[in-house]
Design a binder for this molecule. Sequence first.
Ligand code: GSH
Length: 236
Amino acid sequence: MIDLYTSATPNGWKASVTLEEMGLDYNVKAIDISAGDQKKPEFLKINPNGRIPAIVDHDIKDENGNGFAVFESGALMIYLAEKTGMLMPKDVQGRSKTIQWLMFQMGGIGPMMGQANVFYRYFPEKIQPAIDRYQNESARLFGVLNRQLAENEYLAGDYSIADIANWCWVRTHSWSGVDIEPFEHLVRWRDLIAERPAAIAGLNVPYNLEERMRAQSENEEEFKKKARKMLVGKGE
Ligand SMILES: N[C@@H](CCC(=O)N[C@@H](CS)C(=O)NCC(=O)O)C(=O)O
């Protein structure tokens, strides 16, 4: 059995959508990142970086006889793909293509959209050059995905962990203030994956997303305050 430590964020959904797609049994351990659960000593033993997501695979023991822990969402997805033989080709080139588009998300889409969220959404001071920089870079990266998807149904051959990783972020584009309507192939792909039962199920981990969105829009200021507190240690 696998324990999944997660929150309702794009990086968290990457793990839950992957587990759902693979049909693996897993226990959800909700981590309240605004309360700082991810910095507690017991969680740092699982993820020394103090962030979600992380998994502990109790089917495999580490050198101390504990379940095997995996942190960093991209590494976690590769681990699960290799464990199950699903969602990543086994031949060297196919595997490399999948990992290339996965790393594109890890090193590009995630950090750029993440920083766009910080400067556009969470910081009270509106630093326009920083907002422009991260939104423009996110849009440029969307253009790269769009060009790849113009010629390919999915990013790297068949549907894979690379699609899941990018999709979990791209679908939140409006939170980062970046429009995807100009990218018609990206919109097609976004809508295609959104219909997958496992994608829908994964987005509802650790709790019902629609209910959360409703609560969040009613309390947007409260939500932003918590996010600022997490980012800079104070919420005002
Ligand atoms: N590179 C990491 C990033 C993980 C990450 O930034 N997680 C965020 C949520 S999306 C988090 O745990 N934030 C809490 C914090 O910054 O303390 C990964 O892909 O796993």
